[in-house]
Design a binder for this molecule. Structure first.
Ligand code: KMH
Ligand code: ZN
Length: 274
């Protein structure tokens, strides 16, 4: 039976710890979160880290320690964010690869991001891509808009396949400024993906989470969930632990006859080094 990769994105860079104490921001909290989410059905973790004051950081030694700690305590694929926070400089975002994760996010273009702009100019995208190929790190292409899908065609045409030979994408939907978190938008984006794409997941930000998860499952995709994207289970019902979102995703996937895949199966799917 086909199965579903569940990626958990537990922290992100946008929510303040003071506003949401359940957000995992310390290494201990991240490790505990990773273990519980793995037990609940996650196969991969998408990581943003915070500093001693719970602020987003791309500090290399913290990133390296985080990769080591998640590897020691779980079998999850460790994916580091190269998106960071909207204020992070390009050189620091490229340096994330020095922490040698299994996988990294790679956003395929600039997008308005609420009142901010998430900058991903073409020269940065291509430099980051070449670096993933050189370092043998499997990229996950983050697509916030249909234009990003077109940019993925261009990237693969010009620079060939990623390390490992699989092309895995994640549709990030419902960001104010990007594509909406609707079934119609998901179907349009998926139908426009390059033929080289071997797997894709989707996540719906905020209130679009469930719509996007259900649409992704019915269109044959995988799921990303987590407090980076969603802080409530329903109106007035805050998430108290990332595992709640993974458990819900696992139930939906099981109901769809595509139960969660193990981290080992996920490594097989993305051809991530063991
Ligand atoms: N925090 C956003 C500005 C990624 O992780 O690569 C970018 C983001 C995407 O979350
Ligand atoms: Zn992220």
């Amino acid at each position: 039976m086909a199965s579903t990769l569940i990626t958990v994105a537990p922290t992100g860079a946008e929510t303040a710890k003071a506003d949401c104490p359940a957000l995992p921001t310390t290494l201990e909290e991240l490790v505990e979160t990773a273990k519980r989410c793995e037990a609940a059905g996650a196969g991969m973790i998408h990581i943003h880290i915070r500093d001693g004051e719970h602020k987003p950081t791309l500090d290399l030694s913290r990133l390296t320690d985080t990769v080591a700690a998640i590897r020691e305590n779980t079998a999850l694929i460790v994916q580091l964010s190269t998106g960071g926070a909207v204020t992070d400089p390009y050189d620091q975002r490229l340096r994330v690869l020095d922490a040698a994760p299994d996988s990294c996010s790679l956003t395929m273009g600039t997008v308005n991001f609420g009142d901010d702009v998430f900058m991903n100019p073409w020269p940065f995208v291509t430099e980051l891509y070449r670096l993933t190929q050189e370092r043998e790190i499997v990229p996950e292409f983050e697509l916030f808009d249909l234009g990003h899908v077109a940019a993925l065609h261009r990237l693969l045409d010009k620079f060939g396949l990623p390390y490992g030979g699989r092309v895995h994408c994640d549709l990030v939907m419902g960001v104010p400024g990007g594509m909406p978190g609707t079934t119609d938008a998901l179907v349009a984006a998926v139908n426009a993906l390059p033929d080289a794409v071997t797997s894709w997941s989707a996540t719906g930000v905020g209130r679009t989470t469930l719509t996007v998860a259900l649409a992704a499952l019915s269109k044959g995709g995988h799921l990303r969930v987590g407090m980076e994207d969603t802080l409530t289970l329903a109106k007035g019902q805050p998430v108290t632990h990332n595992a709640e979102l993974v458990e819900r995703a696992a139930s939906l996937a099981t109901l769809a006859q595509r139960p969660p895949m193990s981290p080992d199966e996920a490594r097989e799917l993305l051809n991530v080094k063991r």
